[in-house]
Write a protein that binds this ligand. Sequence first.
Ligand code: 5GP
Ligand code: ZN
Length: 113
Amino acid sequence: MADCVFCRIASGDLKARIVRETPELVAFMDLNPQAPTHILIIPRKHTASLAACKAEDEALLGKIQLLAAEIAAELGVSGGFRLVTNCGRGAGQSVDHLHYHLLGGRRMNWPPG
Ligand code: 5GP
Ligand code: ZN
């Protein structure tokens, strides 16, 4: 989708600080980090949110989680990180392309805000 900022990052049309790429996924640094480690993991395929995912996306969603754990280990935050997807405006989703936030490097509080 030409007007989707994360599709543009996935295609290389828009610059981002890429951390990892696979045939299906791209991981890059968040522009406005909320923790010392703040990586976004997205599928290359445009999907609006987790709520729009279907049974056929099951493997893709699993790959996102496994890639997040790999990146956390590489960046030295595997002992304390959070993986979160904001789904819908009420939950704080501002970019309508499925993405997971990998947050680490500081104490994470619960409940989240
Ligand atoms: P959301 O609020 O939808 O859960 O998360 C969207 C995230 O995307 C935000 O943390 C925001 O900082 C990040 N973001 C928005 N536009 C860009 C961009 O152009 N480049 C990068 N690297 N991050 C972006
Ligand atoms: Zn998109």
